[in-house]
Design a protein around this ligand. Sequence first.
Ligand code: ADP
Ligand code: 5GP
Length: 188
Amino acid sequence: MSAVAQSLIIVVSGPGGVGKSTIVEELVKRDDRLWLSRSWTTRERREGEMQDAYKFVTHEQFREHIAAGGFLEWTEFLGNLYGTPMPKAPDGKDIVLEIEVDGAQQVKRLHSDALLLFILPPTREEQKARLVGRGDAEQKVVQRLQKAEDEEPVGKALADYVLINDDLAETVTEMLDLIARERSNRLK
Ligand code: ADP
Ligand code: 5GP
């Protein structure tokens, strides 16, 4: 069996600026059974963004990887390509994917038992403040807020659980509890 088939797949999705990257970073710090997949993207690295936040590639490299069947899922998001490489999690680890809703739909289609956690901001204003605070350019902020209007109904309908990321520590604790519950349900 492949690593994908053995592991629990946890999909963390939600609109831009809601706090997904921050949350998944905390999840993997607090639960050493979690393994975070690193996506590929053609977008430029943001100022201050970690070098290893993504594998930053050219369009050509991305297209070649699609042709080689190297992605579990991929999509175009606001003019850039993003994709999850075929996961190679170490034995015994569960896989965390931090992806947008189109990718989440693709993963659910392939792995109906994946756990999909959809994160919402407390308000649109707060989401905007987080995007601005992160240093996104004004045009990017506008695009991400507009995109959120389309993403949210789809994400809510697809999700196993919808969470509001108001207090970060509470959100992370709630997600760790949901993951623990999912693991124990699988043993029954
Ligand atoms: P996403 O990955 O969903 O685009 P990020 O993780 O980059 O979002 O978070 C966007 C910004 O919001 C970051 O500056 C992050 O520190 C901040 N942030 C994340 N969660 C919270 C929270 N619960 N309360 C306040 N700020 C938060
Ligand atoms: P950002 O540019 O803000 O880092 O990411 C834009 C959107 O792409 C976010 O919603 C993020 O979750 C999503 N994303 C990141 N990696 C992937 C991926 O591998 N596949 C898909 N489908 N979406 C991704």
